[in-house]
Write a protein that binds this ligand. Structure first.
Ligand code: ADP
Length: 542
């Protein structure tokens, strides 16, 4: 006989069952939509997740049916993370910042059968429920007595009443670890949003990797503030790694402004926090003028957009908080690289260490990376040669969900649309983006969508949307326009033309009129050259 190991599937339910058994009294603290602070434990979350499993069985939801959430970070959302996936259904987290029409499109594409939403989103659901015919049950994440009457939404129940009717006794089902567990749409580039479908296996492996010392270094001694919204790529794996490690979890709810985040860090003695640069910008903007200090915060992972040097410096040097710069994507579950130093770097000066921390970091085990030159050949890992970044690994997308397009993979590797260098020590540095998108405050704006609206204006001959640097939002879109001969058009008129056509925050900040937009040999707009042409451009008011 071969002495093989037990064949236990890696299931998401095992994470919460583990947390229940081994750190059941571990704290979970949430600032709720109601504004109050709610306290619970892994034991209670596990019991209520089992109630969710039973309640979904009660509605007759089939294996792999989709259950959507439109919700902030909080304990009820965490219970759905476990109850939905653990019971064999697919948790579909929806980004509420998308345009309502896009939310309706995504809901239909995913064929969501249940949609659970925070009270904040009641008006949104009232306006779009009729466009979501597949959704049979609507659940508002609130107490029974907080559910308004006459909402016009059919089959609407309160979460508390719904799960109260279900037993806490539930046997988590056993199935293949390659079963789908959650779904997240990314709406960065052209065309319709694309669904990334995660599996129990990919999620569990990612949870292990995220907790490692050279990743987020999570432990039972940590108090973790997940500022990154749980509607973004399973909130960077934290809800799963937290159950695996038993750390205290702190959720900010909808309040991500500087004072709210600061108060939560201090009152809950947070040791580790994760979020996009814009959130930390707001936090520092609150602390610096008031001379506030951190009492407990040790490290912060910053990703989703490039972390500005001044932010790394402020956290490291002024506040003694370690900055872990991270790079990831929805297609990568999301972790690709995190920037922690190696033993030999400890001999470097503070300034040299700071420069290193600006890189996006080293790959975690499970992610392989390569950069290719224009000829498709691999470039040397010399920290100088920049090319297209491709990745491969067990938690990286193979195919988009129900996509009519062929697999995005090239020879088994996923092209990220990022342009990067890799140095001899394996540190990745993102230098540019080949995909046609702008990232503002951690959220995507499709440059093509912005351009299509501009060229629909009768006075516009050609339009190119590019991102320009912004101190708060990292990047903001502007639209560069060539007018039709003899046509009259002002910037204000064109900006007004965007009204109601895309989400307000996606409307460009400015219009720049030019005589010509540089074109390549095939007639494609050359955005790199355009960015170069406008390198001295500053947004109005900055
Ligand atoms: P996430 O929700 O993790 O931000 P997305 O799929 O929305 O994932 O965005 C991924 C893209 O964001 C990357 O391909 C890259 O262009 C950009 N990005 C993410 N992290 C960084 C970073 N640290 N520095 C520069 N760009 C980043």
């Amino acid at each position: 006989m071969l002495g093989l190991m037990q064949n236990q599937p890696l299931l998401i339910s095992t994470l919460i069952a583990f947390a229940d058994r081994h750190h059941g009294d571990g704290e979970i603290v949430s600032r709720r939509v109601e504004g109050d602070i709610h306290r619970t434990s892994y034991r209670s979350v596990a019991a209520r997740a089992r109630q969710v499993g039973n309640a979904l069985d009660g509605w007759g939801l089939a294996f792999s049916d989709r259950v959507a959430t439109l919700a902030w970070n909080g304990y009820r959302h965490l219970e759905l993370y476990y109850g939905v996936s653990g019971s064999g259904r697919v948790l579909h987290t929806i980004n509420p910042r998308l345009h309502p029409a896009q939310i309706a499109w995504i809901t239909q594409h995913a064929e969501d059968r249940v949609l659970c939403f925070d009270a904040t989103f009641l008006p949104l659901i009232q306006s779009l429920h009729a466009q979501c015919p597949m959704v049979q049950h609507w659940v508002m994440l609130c107490d029974a007595d907080k559910l308004p009457a006459d909402t016009g939404i059919p089959n609407l129940v309160s979460y508390e009443a719904w799960i109260a009717a279900a037993s806490t006794t539930y046997q988590w089902p056993q199935f293949d670890e390659n079963t789908a567990s959650s779904l997240c749409y990314t709406s960065g580039t052209t065309g319709d949003p694309k669904g990334v479908l995660y599996s129990h296996r990919s999620t569990t492996l990612h949870a292990y990797a995220a907790a490692l010392p050279d990743a987020m270094d999570l432990s039972a001694r940590d108090a973790v503030l997940a500022v990154v919204p749980m509607f973004h790529v399973n909130a960077w794996g934290i809800p799963y790694s937290a159950a695996l490690t038993g750390c205290k979890l702190v959720f900010p709810g909808p309040a991500m402004d500087g004072p709210s985040v600061y108060n939560l860090i201090e009152s809950e003695k947070v040791t580790f926090a994760a979020g996009v640069p814009t959130v930390w910008q707001m936090l520092l903007g609150h602390m610096q003028p008031a001379g506030l200090r951190f009492g407990s915060l040790q490290r912060t992972v910053i990703g989703g957009s490039a972390c500005p040097p001044a932010m790394v410096k402020a956290f490291q040097q002024d506040y003694g908080v370690e900055v872990i710069h991270a790079w990831g994507m929805t297609e990568l579950s999301p972790l690709g690289t995190l920037c922690t130093l190696k033993n030999k770097h400890l001999l470097l000066t503070k300034e040299e260490q700071l420069a290193m921390r600006l890189k996006q970091g080293r790959a975690v085990y499970g992610v392989d990376m390569k950069v290719l030159g224009e000829d498709g050949q691999p470039l040397p890992h010399d920290g100088q040669s920049a090319g297209d970044l491709l990745v491969q690994g067990p938690w990286i997308v193979a195919d988009y969900y129900r996509s009519p397009e062929p697999s995005p993979l090239v020879d088994g590797w996923f092209p990220t649309g990022d342009v990067a260098t890799i140095d001899a020590d394996g540190y990745l540095q993102i230098t540019d983006r080949s995909k046609d998108v702008i990232k503002s405050g951690g959220e995507w704006i499709s440059s093509i969508a912005v351009e299509n609206i501009a060229v629909a204006h009768p006075a516009v001959a050609m339009a190119a949307c590019i991102g320009v640097q912004h101190p708060k939002w990292d990047e903001r879109p502007i639209v560069v326009v060539v007018k039709k001969p003899g046509a009259e058009l002002s910037a204000a008129e064109l900006l007004q033309f965007y009204d109601g056509k895309i989400a307000k925050w996606q409307v460009p900040d400015d219009v720049v009129f030019v005589d010509a937009i540089p074109l390549g040999a095939t007639g494609k707009m050359q955005k790199m050259r355009l960015r170069e042409m406008l390198k001295d451009y500053r947004l109005p008011g900055l």
